[in-house]
Design a protein around this ligand. Structure first.
Ligand SMILES: Nc1ncnc2c1ncn2[C@@H]1O[C@H](COP(=O)(O)OP(=O)(O)OP(=O)(O)O)[C@@H](O)[C@H]1O
Ligand SMILES: [Mg+2]
Length: 321
């Protein structure tokens, strides 16, 4: 059974200015033991898609399609079932989550909380587990007594990862876990995530706007644009031989890790992604696409399989010949 499955998932926000289709017809699966990367510029729908797994979306979001965790339909779960799933089956480390640590509580208190709540253990066993978790993420167990302000950014991010692992989940969703960190520390945190995946056999969804980071840490990669997956396949295929012009631009961009400017403007692609509430006709990428032709301005390409991977581009077949 697949750990996580998105089956034709669309997510639309109702805003004062109308409907915002932030995610459109996404199908994606994450098997246990695999790391799946989601790439794309700001606003492409990465966080919206992954927030749906634990039903963390605001009330204004309408979800269609199916999201299955170990075969169970997430949207059909009762609140009690959902509570059992959170922490114990699937966890999310959010963008900038390290700033969410409580400044007036010691690390051990914050790490012990989910363990005491969700696992059947007493305070002593919880404290032992906290020490183990800290060592697992490369911090000395003695740091348990520290307050968040006594830790560096990278150490705080490690604590967030330890917290995510506290209840031994099967699925870890890491939403740009390293963008707030400097280059060296980012590389260390990414190494840590990769080794944890190998040791613990989790399924991981790893979100980044940086395709080169995903290529080195993931088994498979999905590239999102304007709410849709426009290319997906093995990380090496998508990075080394991208079929969609947008994937090609991201692969060629080599954003410097940690350089915030690349978040909004990958090198070589002029302009910005469209606002999902106001998509252009045809292929949503056509206004920025160097390879666009007439058909791209009138008809939106659907994902099609090419040689073991999927791409949504009228001209993808021409790249392969
Ligand atoms: N609560 C909301 N109401 C209306 N629109 C929203 C809401 N939340 C997000 N959006 C819109 O949905 C789109 C997708 O947002 P999302 O946060 O999923 O993008 P993202 O790919 O995670 O971007 P980033 O890289 O900046 O984190 C954006 O255009 C955003 O403006
Ligand atoms: Mg996001």
């Amino acid at each position: 059974m697949t750990l996580l499955e998105f089956d034709d998932v669309s997510i639309t926000y109702q805003s004062r200015h109308g409907r915002v289709p932030a995610v459109r017809n996404v199908s994606l699966s994450v098997p246990l033991g695999q790391t799946v990367g989601i790439a794309g510029e700001s606003g492409c729908g990465k966080t919206t898609l992954t927030s749906s797994v634990l039903r963390l979306l605001p009330k204004s979001a309408e979800v269609t399609g199916q999201i299955r965790l170990n075969g169970d339909d997430v949207m059909a779960m009762s609140f009690g079932q959902l509570r059992a799933v959170r922490w114990a089956q699937a966890v999310v480390v959010f963008q900038g989550a390290m700033h969410a640590l409580n400044p007036v509580q010691r690390i051990e208190t914050q790490l012990a909380e989910p363990i005491l709540l969700h696992m059947d253990v007493g305070p002593k066993a919880a404290r032992t587990r906290v020490g183990e978790l800290l060592e697992q993420v490369g911090l000395p167990a003695s740091r348990a007594r520290a307050y968040p302000h006594q830790l560096s950014g990278g150490q705080k991010q490690r604590v967030m990862i330890a917290m995510a692992l506290a209840c031994q989940p099967q699925l870890l969703i890491a939403d740009e876990p390293t963008t707030a960190l400097d280059v060296m520390v980012q590389a260390q945190v990414l190494d840590l995530l990769s080794s944890l995946v190998a040791d613990l056999g989790l399924g991981v969804v790893f979100i980044s706007h940086d395709l080169s980071v995903l290529a080195s840490t993931c088994d498979r990669v999905a590239v999102m644009y304007a709410g849709r997956i426009v290319e997906q396949g093995s990380a090496s295929d998508v990075f080394a031989r991208p079929l969609h012009p947008y994937a090609r631009a991201l692969a060629a961009a080599f954003p410097r890790i940690g350089d915030a400017r690349f978040r909004y403007a990958p090198a070589g692609v002029p302009g910005d992604p469209p606002y999902p509430g106001d998509l252009p006709a045809g292929c949503p990428f056509h206004p920025r696409c160097p390879a666009a032709t007439d058909i791209c301005t009138t008809s939106e390409p659907m994902l099609e399989n090419y040689d073991g991977r999927d791409a949504a581009c009228h001209h993808a077949g021409e790249v392969l010949v």
